[in-house]
Design a protein around this ligand. Structure first.
Ligand code: FAD
Ligand code: AMP
Length: 475
């Protein structure tokens, strides 16, 4: 017998589960197939983000930040501790309980919204049919829907001559679950994931070396911000080696030997653990039957148009398995938009105003164009900036490294990009996103009352500085 739904979603990450809930809210009968299993052997919704991505990494970043502050920063506040220690096992259990609470929360939301959850693999067949293979590999089921949303996510990229073994040579899953602090922690790739997870283990005392093939750090960020980040990370003891290409890695006598090619030729490094964080690729293995008609592009992503429609009518795709930034909030917004389009509503996403955040200390966040992009595009722009070191709140907190940089059109004053490195950057970027979404000008931000003393005053002052009238810095 074939079970019928209005919508079937394959994948229960932030793209898929959010699409399923929104579709159900709109009165559509909805099923979500997700194959992920948690550490306790039970179904765990939420995909990469909740289980082995955004959430566990932030939990560990927070724990390790407390430990680092305790050792290095509290003395200035007159707080002294002797014999500070960290129990990595307890830190990991706390992380696991945060994950479980959230994945369980998604299951509850499914129940409340009457989304039917199938725990196992989904495979798209022709004619909007889906074959479901349960997690326990019992008999397959046939499901059918008017509309199908593919949200199968992504997996880590492997590089030639570096094989994951899950113990010494690890990906994000392994690096988020180490049971003790490695003495020497190597990271291939100084991108977002490499920097975040490298920071966790550095703060806990590991010697961390990041091996980065490119000649510059964070090329996608604004150059001023990336340079400042490089200086601050170096001060924290993160040893970032640019222009360093990893050629191979192998485990020998309980350590990882890595061969790298740098400016001075080939050399070998040894680590206790090696994290491979060279990016992620769309995951579509076993998802598409050869008769289903859905096409992939050259990057292996599911081909979609600007409305997230695939090459087959009634089949949609969202999140990491399609074009665009691999970010949880981008996946979720696509999921909501698709559910609304299916229900006959108008929906669209402005990809130009998707914020980016790197949760290092200080945090880095941006929205819109970088200065180098504006130069390349030949746009006439004005710049304003403001250092957190000139904010009362930053100084009072003892956390005042970094700055806000704002770019606005020289003619219309529309905000074209905002780049922040500093305390609370992940939260501060929100008002800049709102401004850009409403095509606001730097003058708009400059005329909005910002509470004192807050870190948001740095955004306000950067907006004033665009017009050369910042109050607390020379213009
Ligand atoms: P996923 O979350 O990957 O979910 C896909 C789900 O589909 C998985 O559960 C998978 O098992 C399931 N699935 C796949 N194929 C099938 C099938 N055939 N049948 C059934 N189920 C299937 N993004 C941010 O925005 N902020 C962050 O701070 C952040 N931190 C990150 C930290 C790390 C360490 C990592 C690895 C990623 C991070 N990301 C972050 C990226 C974020 O996790 C992804 O962009 C997001 O999870 C993508 O959502 P998705 O729904 O497209 O896919
Ligand atoms: P991200 O895509 O943000 O996760 O970043 C991944 C980083 O890994 C990029 O900056 C790549 O340049 C880098 N990278 C990819 N392959 C290698 C390699 N073989 N050796 C060193 N760095 C690499």
């Amino acid at each position: 017998m074939t079970e019928k739904f209005d919508v079937i979603v394959i994948g229960g990450g932030p793209g898929g589960y959010v699409a399923a809930i929104r579709a159900a809210q709109l009165g559509l009968t909805t099923a979500c197939i997700d194959m992920n299993t948690g550490k306790d052997g039970k179904a765990a919704l939420g995909g990469t983000c909740l289980n082995v991505g955004c959430i566990p990494s932030k939990a560990l970043l927070d724990s390790s930040k407390h430990y680092h502050h305790l050792q290095h920063d509290y003395a200035a506040h007159g707080i002294s501790v002797s014999d500070a220690s960290i129990d990595v096992g307890t830190m990991m259990s706390r992380k696991d309980s945060v994950v479980k609470r959230l994945t369980g929360g998604v299951a509850q939301l499914f129940k409340a919204n009457k989304v039917k959850h199938y725990h196992g693999r989904g495979r798209l067949l022709a004619d909007r049919q889906v074959e479901f293979t349960p997690h326990d590999a019992s008999d397959t089921l046939n499901l059918q829907a008017e509309n199908i949303i593919l949200a199968s996510g992504s997996v880590p990229i492997a590089i030639p001559n570096v094989e994951f073994d899950g113990e010494y040579i690890i990906d994000n899953v392994g690096a988020l679950d180490l049971q003790e602090t490695p003495k020497r922690f190597g990271v291939i790739g100084a991108g977002v994931i490499g920097l975040e997870l490298g920071s966790v283990w550095r703060r806990l005392g590991a010697e961390v070396i990041l091996l980065e093939a490119l000649p510059e750090l964070l090329p996608m960020a604004d150059t001023d911000i990336a340079r400042q980040a490089g200086r601050l990370f170096k001060k924290q003891g993160l040893d970032i080696r640019l222009d360093t290409l990893v050629k191979s890695a192998a485990v020998e006598n309980g350590e990882v030997k890595v061969v790298v090619e740098g400016k001075d030729g080939e050399s070998e490094l040894s680590f206790d653990r090696l994290l491979v964080a060279v990016g992620r690729r769309p995951y579509t293995e076993g998802l598409l039957d050869e008769d289903c008609g859905v096409e992939l592009n050259e990057q292996g992503q599911i081909s979609v148009n600007e409305r997230s429609q695939t090459s087959v009518r009634g089949v949609w795709a969202v999140g990491d398995c399609v074009r665009g930034p691999m970010l949880a909030h981008k996946a979720s917004e696509e999921g909501i938009a698709v559910a609304e389009l299916i229900a006959g509503k108008a929906a669209h996403i402005h990809f130009d105003t998707v914020p980016w955040v790197i949760y290092t200390d200080p945090e880095i966040a941006w929205v819109g164009k970088t200065e180098q992009q504006l130069k390349e595009d030949g746009v006439d722009y004005r710049t304003g900036s403001f250092p957190f070191a000139a904010t009362g709140r930053g100084l009072a907190m003892g956390d005042a490294a970094g700055m806000v940089k704002m770019l606005a059109d020289a003619g219309t004053d529309e905000v074209l990009g905002v780049h922040i490195i500093g305390p609370g950057a992940s939260e501060l970027i929100a008002e800049c996103v709102v401004t850009m979404e409403f095509h606001g000008a730097s003058e708009d931000l400059a005329r909005i009352v910002h509470a004192h003393p807050t870190l948001s005053e740095a955004v306000h002052e950067a907006a004033l500085h665009v017009d050369g009238r910042a109050i607390h810095r020379g213009n």
